[in-house]
Design a protein around this ligand. Structure first.
Ligand code: AMP
Length: 401
């Protein structure tokens, strides 16, 4: 079964075409970026190793999906004979609010739910919806499935999702913790359990998704029990450019002393904070910050220390929340690739049950692997995330049901 996965953002549309019957093979993948701005371009590669890159005339998501579709069937780079071979399109959708608790086939009602969440996810949901409508227009009759970042966290109990604010703000205005990166947390926790050979229902897993955005999730018996991101992705650990947890009064104080508007503070906390703001070298990429720290930049070393410490605190909190731990999972850009970050997070915790095997931790690999010692009470694993594949799998599950 051939499934197209679409991730439509503010100015880009990413796509991957999977053949689920042929070992979930990636037939083609790529993206169109700078949509609606000067210099729109497309990158494309297929399973035969053929690649193309160049400018395209694309002004909106519908034109993007049209160009992608044409490329998938063209005689030079194409990988399928006809678009009718695509059995479904799986869409990454950020916010589904409280009404969506699993991947679903997109209907008018689902689109309405997605719209209702615009105010909570103004930077993503409108573009996700545009991606769906583009596919409806171009790939007529092909079912669309929505895979929501928030859905995996719908199992959280009130004790973890309610904030200590007036209850009506929840009942009337739906203000609560929703959590994000759910597709990734679901995928890596399932993969970790499978690799470990134990049923996920028996496991307590802490999943640390450490990419440019970062979140930690406590997974109990395969279900999300608590997660560090909240109403929006701003809460939780320190990220590339987001502050993560701060005293909310800092916001009022900054507004007062700097005369900033709420949009300006929103921008400051989402786009200018995190390790970007702490390190002060104009980059949010941990590789640049690690390199500067290695060359003696003390502010960068301090930023990395704060970043690792905040993650360590969440891992400790979730270990207690879960009443113990079976597997700690590291995933996403930094979680998968930075041995120094993983070592910093777990430094000195051998006696507490996190026995990191230095040699295993230092191995660079794109495979799922255990990096704890054989006698470590808690198993520590690196599990490469694959949100596109997870979306394709969920999409075929929805079609089959
Ligand atoms: P993602 O959002 O999962 O694509 O992750 C991207 C981020 O992962 C980058 O901005 C880097 O901060 C981080 N990253 C990727 N590779 C490495 C690495 N080898 N060492 C440290 N950080 C890395």
């Amino acid at each position: 079964m051939i499934i197209l996965v679409i991730n439509a953002g503010s100015s880009s549309v990413k796509f991957t075409l999977f053949d689920m019957k042929d070992d979930k093979k990636v037939l083609a993948t790529g993206l169109i970026e700078r949509i609606g701005i000067e210099g729109t371009s497309m990158k494309y590669s297929n399973w035969k190793g053929e690649k193309s890159q160049g400018s395209v005339d694309v002004k909106n998501p519908k034109e993007a999906v049209k160009v992608i579709s044409e490329r998938l069937v063209d005689t030079k780079y194409g990988v399928i004979g006809a678009l009718s071979e695509i059995k479904a399109v799986g869409h990454r959708i950020v916010h589904g609010g409280e009404k969506v608790n699993r991947p679903v086939r997109v209907t008018e009602e689902v689109k309405g739910i997605l719209k209702d969440c615009f105010s909570m996810s103004p930077l993503h949901n409108p573009h996700n919806l545009a991606g769906i409508e583009a596919c409806e227009g171009v790939l007529k009759g092909v079912p669309n499935v929505g895979v929501f970042d928030t859905a995996f966290h719908s199992t959280m109990p009130p004790r973890t999702f309610l904030y200590g604010i007036p209850y009506e703000l929840y009942t009337k205005d739906q203000i609560r913790r929703y959590g994000f990166h759910g597709t990734s947390h679901a995928y890596v926790s399932r993969a970790a359990a499978r690799f470990d050979g134990r049923p996920i229902e028996d496991l307590r897993i802490v999943s640390a998704h450490l990419g440019n955005g970062a979140s930690i999730t406590a997974v109990k018996g395969g279900k999300s029990y608590d997660t560090s991101m909240g109403l929006t992705p701003l809460e939780g650990v320190i990220m590339g450019t987001r502050s993560g947890d701060i005293d909310p009064a800092v916001i009022f104080h900054i507004m007062k002393i700097k005369g900033l508007s709420y949009q300006e503070v929103d921008n400051l906390l989402n786009k200018q904070s995190g390790v970007l703001g702490l390190a002060g070298i104009g980059s949010s990429d941990l590789r640049d910050i690690e390199e500067a720290a290695n060359k003696g930049n003390k502010q960068c070393a301090q930023a990395l220390d704060i970043y690792a410490y905040r993650i360590r605190k969440y891992i400790g909190a979730y270990l207690v929340a879960l009443g113990g731990l079976d597997i700690l999972v590291f995933t996403a850009g930094a979680g998968e690739n930075s041995n120094t970050l993983r070592a910093a997070i777990l430094e000195g915790l051998d006696g507490l049950g996190f026995k990191l095997d230095r040699a295993r931790n230092d191995v660079r690999s794109s495979d799922i692997r255990v990096i704890s010692t054989d006698d470590s009470p808690y198993k520590i694993m690196v599990v490469p995330t694959n949100e596109e594949l997870a979306i394709a799998e969920f999409t075929s599950e929805v079609l089959a049901s």
